[in-house]
Design a protein around this ligand. Structure first.
Ligand SMILES: [Zn+2]
Length: 252
C-alpha cells in the first residue's frame, strides 16, 4: 500500500500507464541485486533507488579510489579509501531513506553467487570482467532469474537481458562464442563516464520495465557506438552447443 508521501514522491512515474499505482507497488516490493559498484553499478543503483525499488543488494569487494571518481558517480572525494558498498549505501540512503539496502563486501564467484542470487527478483550484472560475467550468467540461469547485463569500454557500450524463468535458449555464454571479446578492463583501455551511464541507464530502464510488467525486452544484444552515437541491435537466441542453455526451447 502506497503512502500519501509515496504518491507525491513518485507521482511523475505513477502517472505513466507503464507504471501506475500497481507498478509502483511492485517496485516497492522488488529486490534488485546489483553486482559491481563501478561505472555501471553506480548510476544503475542511483536510478533504482530513486525509482523506489524496495530493496537493493549491493555487491563489491573494492574500495573507492581517486581514479574511480570520473565515472563512478555515487562517490565523492571524501569517500576515497572507503569500501564501495559502504560509500554507495551512504549516498543512496541520502537519496532515498525509505528503501532497504543490504551490502555484501565480497567478490561474486561461483561459490558466493548461488546464495547472493536466491533472494533477488532481478539481477544486474555491472561487473567488469568476463570470468565474473560468466559466473553470474551460470548462477542466474541455474536459479531461473531475470538477468540484465551491461558492459562498456572506451566509447562503446553493450546491454542484453535474459529471462531464465522461461524455458528459452540464449545466454551470455553463447553470446560470447560469437564475439571476439577482449577483456573489459578499464584500467588498461580507458572509458568515458557517460558511455557507462548509457549502458547503466538501459539496465535500470529494463529493470523497471521487467518489475512493472511493462515489456521486458530479452535476447536482444544492443551495442552503442559513442563515436558515431549509433545503436546496433542483434537478436540472440542461443547456439545448439552452448554448455549452459542448449536444449531449451528457442521460441522466445
Ligand atoms: Zn547459452
Amino acid at each position: 500500500m502506497l503512502s500519501g508521501k509515496d504518491y507525491i514522491r513518485y507521482s511523475r512515474q505513477i502517472m505513466l500507464d507503464d507504471v501506475g499505482e500497481e507498478g509502483q507497488e511492485k517496485l516497492s516490493s522488488a529486490t534488485a541485486l546489483i553486482i559491481g559498484l563501478g561505472g555501471l553499478g553506480c548510476p544503475a543503483a542511483q536510478y533504482l533507488a530513486a525509482a523506489g525499488i524496495g530493496k537493493l543488494i549491493l555487491v563489491d569487494d573494492d574500495k573507492v579510489e581517486q581514479t574511480n571518481l570520473h565515472r563512478q558517480i555515487l562517490y565523492s572525494e571524501s569517500q576515497v579509501g572507503m569500501p564501495k558498498v559502504d560509500a554507495a549505501k551512504e549516498s543512496l540512503n541520502r537519496l532515498n531513506a525509505s528503501i532497504e539496502i543490504d551490502v555484501r563486501k565480497q567478490r561474486a564467484t561461483n561459490v558466493t553467487l548461488p546464495e547472493m542470487v536466491k533472494d533477488a527478483s532481478i539481477i544486474l550484472d555491472c561487473s567488469d570482467n568476463l570470468e565474473t560475467r560468466l559466473d553470474i550468467n551460470q548462477a542466474a540461469f541455474s536459479a531461473k532469474k531475470l538477468l540484465i547485463i551491461g558492459a562498456a569500454i572506451r566509447l562503446e557500450a553493450q546491454v542484453i537481458s535474459f529471462d531464465f524463468s522461461k524455458d528459452t535458449a540464449g545466454c551470455y555464454a553463447c553470446l560470447m562464442q560469437h564475439t571476439d571479446e577482449e577483456a573489459f578492463d578499464c584500467s588498461t583501455a580507458g572509458v568515458l563516464g557517460p558511455v557507462l551511464g548509457i549502458a547503466a541507464s538501459m539496465q535500470a530502464l529494463s529493470t523497471i520495465k521487467a518489475i512493472t510488467g511493462s515489456g521486458f525486452i530479452t535476447n536482444l544484444w544492443q551495442c552503442f557506438d559513442g563515436r558515431q552515437q549509433k545503436w546496433l541491435s542483434i537478436a540472440h537466441k542461443g547456439t545448439p552447443n552452448c554448455p549452459i542453455c542448449a536444449g531449451h526451447q528457442n521460441d522466445s
